[in-house]
Design a protein around this ligand. Structure first.
Ligand code: PMP
Length: 364
C-alpha cells in the first residue's frame, strides 16, 4: 500500500505526556516534572499570549495563508525579503515540505549519525535513500558528510546545534563545509536552537545565504521563543527555493492564533533574553551536577544535554518516571547509554538531579 520504505519507518517518539504519567502515578499534573521535549520552561511570553487570545475573536476566519504580518517582522529582523521566507506548522513541517519538493525515489539525502530524527523520517517518507554519515565525537563529521555527496544527492541536512547531542560547528567550519557542496545540492541548515548559542564564533546561517544560494536555513518559535504548542517555524532561502516550497506547503499551514502569537513575540526581546539566561544558568547547573556525580555528558549548545548513565539507561529512565520526572531516552538514536534532559527552571533541575542520584543508586 505505502510508498517503498514507508513501512520500515520507525515513528517519531515524542516525550511522554505529563497527563499520562500523572494518571499512572496517581499524582496531580503539577507534581510531574517534564524535561523531555526541549520546551521552554519559562511559560509563554505574556505578549504572545495576549495576541493569541485577541486573535481568537477571528477564529471563524481562515488565517492569512501568506502570513503577511509575520513575514514583515521576520524580514526586518533578519534583513531579508519576504519572498525568501516560507512559514510552516513548526519547522518540522518546513523540513518535510523541503523533502517533498527536492527528494524522491532515486535520490539520496545525507545527514549525520545521531542527527535529528525527522531527517530520516522525511527522507524515507518520500521514497528517497537516507545516507547516515558516521559522527565524530558525537557531532556531525562535516568533512565526511561533504565526501558522502554523490551525483544522486539532492539534500544534505545539518542540525546546528544538533539534537540530541547538543554539538555545534562554528561559523568557519560551516563555511568551509558549504564551500565543498556542489551548487545543485541543497543544504538544509536546521538552526532550531540557534538563539541559545553563547559562543564567540557562533554560526549564523542567515549571514551565509547571500554567498550560498543552495542554502536553506530553518528556524522555529518552539524553543527560545516559547511557542512549541502553537507550531510555527520558517525557512529563509533564495526567493527561487521559497517559491517552490510555498507552492507545495498546505495553503493554511499556520493557524491564525499561531501567526498572531509569533508576530507578537518578535516584539518581546526581553522574553528571548530571559530564555537565554535561564538556559545558560540551567546548563551550568546540570553539567556541574553531572561532574560531581562522575557522569560524562556531551557539552551542549542547546537547551538540553545528553548525559551518559550507562547500559542501564532505560532502567534509569523508568526509575525517574516512577519519581515523576520525564526525560528522554535516546536509544532510538543509537545512543543506548545516554538520556537527554531538557534544561528546566533551577528548582526543576534540582529535583531532576536529586531523582537521578536516587535512580542511579537504585540501579546499582
Ligand atoms: N529541528 C531540530 C533539530 C529539533 O530538535 C526540533 C524540535 N525537536 C525541530 C527541528 C522541530 O521543531 P518544531 O517543529 O517544533 O519547530
Amino acid at each position: 500500500l505505502a510508498v517503498e520504505g514507508v513501512q520500515a519507518l520507525s515513528p517519531y517518539q515524542p516525550g511522554k505526556p505529563i497527563s499520562e504519567l500523572a494518571r499512572e502515578l496517581g499524582l496531580n499534573p503539577d507534581e510531574i516534572i517534564k524535561l523531555a521535549s526541549n520546551e521552554n520552561p519559562l511559560g509563554p511570553s505574556s505578549k504572545a499570549m495576549a495576541a493569541a487570545k485577541a486573535a481568537l475573536s477571528d477564529a471563524c476566519l481562515y488565517p492569512d495563508g501568506n502570513g503577511y504580518d509575520l513575514k514583515q517582522k521576520l524580514s526586518a529582523r533578519f534583513n531579508v525579503t519576504a519572498d525568501q521566507l516560507t512559514l510552516g506548522n513548526g519547522s518540522n513541517d518546513v523540513l518535510e515540505v523541503i523533502a517533498r519538493c527536492f527528494a524522491g525515489p532515486g535520490s539520496e539525502v545525507v545527514f549525520s549519525q545521531y542527527a535529528f530524527a525527522v531527517y530520516p523520517l522525511a527522507t524515507q517518507a518520500v521514497g528517497a535513500t537516507p545516507v547516515a554519515v558516521p559522527a565524530k565525537d558525537w557531532g556531525h563529521d562535516l568533512d565526511a558528510m561533504a565526501a558522502a555527496v554523490t551525483e544522486h544527492t539532492r539534500l544534505v541536512f545539518v542540525a546546528n546545534p544538533n539534537n540530541p547531542t547538543g554539538t555545534v560547528h562554528d561559523a568557519d567550519a560551516l563555511e568551509t563545509f558549504l564551500g565543498k557542496i556542489p551548487e545543485n545540492v541543497l543544504v538544509v541548515l536546521d538552526e532550531a536552537y540557534c538563539e541559545y548559542m553563547t559562543g564567540e564564533k557562533d554560526p549564523d546561517g542567515v549571514a551565509l545565504l547571500s554567498r550560498f544560494p543552495n542554502l536553506i536555513v530553518c528556524r522555529t518559535f518552539s524553543k527560545a521563543w516559547g511557542l512549541a504548542g502553537l507550531r510555527v517555524g520558517y525557512s529563509i532561502s533564495s526567493p527561487a527555493i521559497a517559491d517552490i516550497l510555498n507552492r507545495v506547503r498546505q495553503p493554511f499551514n499556520v493557524s491564525l492564533v499561531a501567526l498572531a502569537a509569533a508576530t507578537a513575540v518578535l516584539d518581546d526581546d526581553e522574553y528571548l533574553q530571559r530564555s537565554r539566561e535561564i538556559n545558560t544558568a540551567g546548563l551550568k547547573q546540570l553539567e556541574g551536577a553531572f561532574e560531581q556525580m562522575g557522569l560524562r555528558y556531551i557539552p551542549s549548545a542547546g537547551n538540553f544535554v545528553a548525559v551518559e548513565v550507562g547500559p542501564q539507561a532505560l532502567g534509569v529512565y523508568q526509575a525517574l518516571l516512577a519519581r515523576g520526572v520525564i526525560v528522554r531516552p535516546v536509544e532510538g538514536y543509537g545512543m543506548p547509554n545516554h538520556l537527554r534532559v531538557s534544561v528546566g527552571l533551577p528548582e526543576q533541575n534540582e529535583l531532576f538531579i536529586d531523582a537521578l542520584a536516587k535512580a542511579l543508586a537504585a540501579a546499582g
